[in-house]
Design a protein around this ligand. Structure first.
Ligand code: ZN
Length: 217
């Protein structure tokens, strides 16, 4: 098991299965990629991007990190965003959080977790901004759900405020930013009502999404 033969065996079976269904699949895919979607999601192993929306290789450009954060100085995320928008010209960018996100819970726990607390500090900022909705943190399941939703909305807004999106919209490129959340318990996606196709729509979409969360309290 030292060299993980089981995974290489699975890979061989997977490749054979797809090639049997479509002998041109891999040769065609190798020559180009033209995905219409950029998925920015959580690293959580239970939230696999392609499987959830049942898309094949080549159909989804993906960036994942702990708690699907979009930080204005994160060169990794920004580089993915730039390539997806400027080169691949994706039509849709979805920030996809999930209920039960361990990063969101850890961010609000009253104990240290080491280096990752620097990353999770961005989630504490989300809590501080929306404390009027969340209330005093008592780690109730309702508060936890609300925080997961608000975190998605904040990160979707962050995408819109990057130079990448501002410049794309300024030159008239058609690209829409969405905020979605995934339920681990039922495997279903929910649209959080954030859906911006231009800089002039961002504030209203943001407010609408936050108001929707507030109304569910
Ligand atoms: Zn997560």
């Amino acid at each position: 098991m030292k060299k993980l033969k089981c995974l290489f065996d699975s890979n061989r079976e997977w490749s054979d299965r797809i090639s049997q269904q479509d002998p041109d699949f891999f040769p065609t895919l190798a020559s180009q990629q033209a995905p219409e979607y950029l998925w920015i999601g959580c690293s959580d192993s239970r939230v696999p991007a392609n499987e959830i929306v049942d898309l094949m290789p080549g159909e989804l450009f993906v960036h994942r990190n702990v708690s699907n954060l979009v930080i204005h100085t994160d060169m990794n995320c920004l580089s993915v965003l730039q390539y997806a928008v400027q080169v691949l010209k994706v039509k849709h960018i979805m920030v996809v959080g999930h209920y039960g996100c361990g990063g969101v819970r850890a961010a609000l726990e009253d104990r240290p977790h080491g280096l990752i607390d620097n990353w999770l500090g961005h989630i504490r900022d989300v809590y501080a901004k929306h404390r009027d909705i969340i209330g005093e943190w008592q780690d109730s399941s309702k508060q936890f759900d609300l925080m997961c939703e608000l975190n998605v909305i904040e990160q979707a807004e962050n995408v819109c405020n990057t130079t990448v999106l501002r410049e794309a919209w300024a030159r008239g490129q058609e690209v829409t930013v969405h905020g979605w959340i995934y339920g681990l318990k039922d495997g279903l996606l929910t649209d959080l009502r954030f859906c911006a196709s231009g800089l002039d729509e961002v504030e209203e979409e943001y407010q609408q999404a936050v108001d929707k969360v507030r109304s569910s309290v």
